[in-house]
Write a protein that binds this ligand. Structure first.
Ligand SMILES: [Ca+2]
Ligand SMILES: [Ca+2]
Length: 181
């Protein structure tokens, strides 16, 4: 076939295509970007599934993330141990969900996880304050942030338990897609 690619086995590439929204070419391109972040760390042969993680400091400096106020949360949510350090699989998952090909429901699911700062499967008033502060890039006063949070909770807390479940959140972003960026 004249295919010199030996980074992955055929099966590995098939699996990555199944688990992401990417073509083989895009997967290879992302692999090389991953490898380029830490060339001494990431081998060019993945056929034996090396146990490698690229540190958050490098991931967070990528153009897609460096200006995103949620970059650390994003990396934490997609990393295996929640510390932001990423295996290649974590890395591909993250870019897959961030891609335009990912359906809105999937993006919403991960946005919920990103906004759930204390990882308890609910967005409480405190989580919401962190989220709104970051979404508005610190340009609002504490009072303004609290007002927005109150309003959001008021409108989106469908079962009135004072916090947003994933379901509350999904209903909310149908009306306010700004929360999905
Ligand atoms: Ca929470
Ligand atoms: Ca609720």
């Amino acid at each position: 076939m004249g295919n010199k690619q030996t980074v992955f086995t055929h099966e590995q590439l098939e699996a990555y295509q199944d688990c992401t929204f990417f073509t083989r070419k895009e997967i290879m391109r992302l692999f090389y970007r991953y490898q380029d972040l830490a060339p001494q760390l990431v081998p060019l042969d993945y056929t034996s599934c090396p146990d490698v993680k690229v540190p958050y400091e490098l991931i967070g400096s990528m153009p897609e993330l460096k200006d995103n106020p949620f970059r650390q949360r994003i990396a934490q949510v997609f990393s295996e141990d929640g510390d932001g350090h990423m295996t290649l699989d974590n890395f591909l998952d993250m870019f897959s969900v961030m891609s335009e090909m990912a359906p809105r429901d999937l993006k919403a699911y991960y946005a919920f996880k990103i906004y759930d700062f204390n990882n308890d499967d609910y967005i409480c008033a405190w989580d919401l304050e962190q989220t709104v502060t970051k979404l508005t890039r610190g340009e609002l006063s504490t009072e303004e942030v609290s007002l927005i949070c109150e309003k959001v909770l008021d409108e989106a807390d469908g079962d009135h338990d004072g916090r947003l479940s994933l379901e509350d959140f999904q209903n909310m972003i149908l009306r306010a897609p700004d929360f999905l960026r």
